[in-house]
Design a protein around this ligand. Structure first.
Ligand code: C2O
Ligand code: CU
Length: 466
């Protein structure tokens, strides 16, 4: 593929303050349950669009004081207990789902299925030990199109003391906003788009900023953790102005780091890059989106100081996470068909309904969050190996996310590169993929499209592991 021309998307970048983001980790005590981090879901105003302050943005703050700006990056340690107390200062019920973390079912944040609604003024305690290191994220699982669309997406970094050291680390939370004149929110979706690829935002941001620029050491090695938290957008990312290698995908180390060319990243997915910054002060490495006909800038890194003269070839593979390998000779095979379905009205729910059904998994459209859901796709035996034969029988891409478990992509009719274990597979139009997993986490685990309009209009189901 052709290298991108820098000229095409360097315009309009705004220099912002330095962001050497290393070392902000929260010290956790080994063994004992730590004091909970207070996570307060609340409203704020935010300058997101160029032409006005957006009222009624939703965010999380640490502590009980008022918070402005995007939800904090939550730092945890692999294998160490973490606790958070969610306070709800919104005007509707909410929950927190820890996307990609393989934690106990009761901590998974799915209302009705794994925990009660957290009503305004109430709180809920989450306590768990992340088994895997990497880049993950957190978001509500209630009225999700509105709450996620209004701002409630934050990045989680699970640190591993065995990770290689970098000269700087930048965390990027990529998402769009549906804003109209003066920065006011407009309708969160259009039904005709929900029945297709999903409704796009009107303002594109990284860390709630349009084309932010971060200062990092010249000639240094920078770890960039990218989380695609938008409700709709699939990115095709690429970097201009500096070489980069891909070191992890969806929180899991790649077997061998490989050069970044173009990478498709769907809603819910993450990418960890190692970037070797240019030598001279002021030079930039620019992250762009190359999907569609006109590439645009996501964010840029600006080299500062005298060159550290680091070498990208010094980057070694990250340690792998302890994801069990399925026993393919014994694995039971389960077909999962993603289809469109005859449009009909959806049932109302405490966590919001979009009012339509357009999609189905194995011919069954999800009825919404209810105390009386449909039957599980299948009851899996705890410890058993399974192969899911996922068939996308639609002309649209679907990032399919499974809670509580990681799976390995074994084969696909649409791809040659098979990524490391993941929690979210971006199924291309008409793709058929086989993925393998060990059912090693008991409970009810939802599987759904992470284009939230699809999730909320039928493309959701669940497994029961007993
Ligand atoms: Cu990131 Cu069920 O979600
Ligand atoms: Cu979808």
């Amino acid at each position: 593929m052709p290298m991108l021309r820098r000229r095409t998307f360097l315009q309009g970048s705004v220099a912002l303050g330095g962001a050497f983001a290393l070392g902000a980790s929260v010290a956790a005590k080994t063994g004992a349950t730590p004091d909970p981090q207070i996570l307060t879901a609340q409203f704020t105003d935010a300058q997101i669009a160029a032409d006005g302050v957006t009222p009624k943005v939703m965010t999380y703050g640490l502590g009980e004081r008022t918070h402005t700006g995007l939800p904090p990056v939550l730092r945890m340690r692999k294998g160490e207990a973490y606790a958070a107390r969610l306070f709800n200062r919104l005007d509707e019920p909410t929950t927190v789902h820890w996307h990609g973390l393989r934690i106990p079912n009761a901590m998974d944040g799915v209302p009705e299925m794994t925990q009660p609604y957290v009503y305004p003024g109430d709180h809920f305690d989450y306590v768990f030990t992340p088994p895997d290191a990497g880049t993950f994220w957190y978001h509500p699982h209630c009225n999700t199109l509105t709450q996620v669309g209004s701002g409630l997406t934050g990045v989680i970094v699970v640190e591993n003391p065995e990770d290689p050291a970098f000269d700087a680390e930048i965390v990027l939370n990529l998402r769009d906003w549906r804003l109209g004149a003066g920065g006011k929110f407009i309708d969160s979706f259009k039904p005709r788009d929900a029945a297709r690829g999903g409704t796009y935002g009107t303002v594109r941001t990284a860390n709630w900023q349009r084309e932010p620029v971060y200062d990092v050491p010249a000639g240094g090695l920078v770890r960039v953790r990218i989380a695609a938290t938008d409700v709709t957008r699939i990115y095709t990312i690429g970097l201009a102005g500096a070489p980069a290698t891909v070191i992890a995908l969806d929180g899991n180390a790649v077997d061998a780091p490989f050069p970044l060319d173009r990478l498709e990243v769907g809603p819910g997915q993450r990418v960890d890059l190692a970037i070797r910054m240019p030598e001279s002060e002021g030079e930039r490495a620019t992250l762009g989106n190359f999907r569609g006909s006109s590439p645009w800038t996501i964010a840029a890194l600006r080299a500062v100081g005298t060159s550290l003269k680091r070498d990208l070839r010094d980057i070694v593979a990250l340690p792998t996470n302890p994801v069990a390998e399925a026993d393919l000779s014994a694995a039971k095979r389960i077909p999962i068909d993603l289809t469109a379905t005859a449009e009909h009205k959806a049932t109302p729910s405490i966590c919001g309904s979009l009012g339509y059904t357009f999609w189905a998994i194995n011919k069954t459209p999800w009825p919404g969050d209810t105390s009386d859901p449909v039957a599980p796709i299948e009851e899996l035996k705890l410890g058993g190996s399974y192969v899911l034969e996922i068939a996308n029988r639609t002309p649209h891409a679907h990032p399919i996310h499974l809670h509580g478990l990681s799976f390995r992509i074994l084969a696909s009719n649409k791809r040659s590169f098979l990524p490391p274990p993941t929690d979210t597979i971006l199924l291309l139009p008409d793709e058929q993929a086989e993925v393998a997993l060990v059912a090693d986490n008991p409970g009810d685990w939802v599987i759904h499209c992470h284009i939230i309009e699809h999730q909320k209009t039928g493309m959701t189901a669940y497994f029961r592991i007993v």
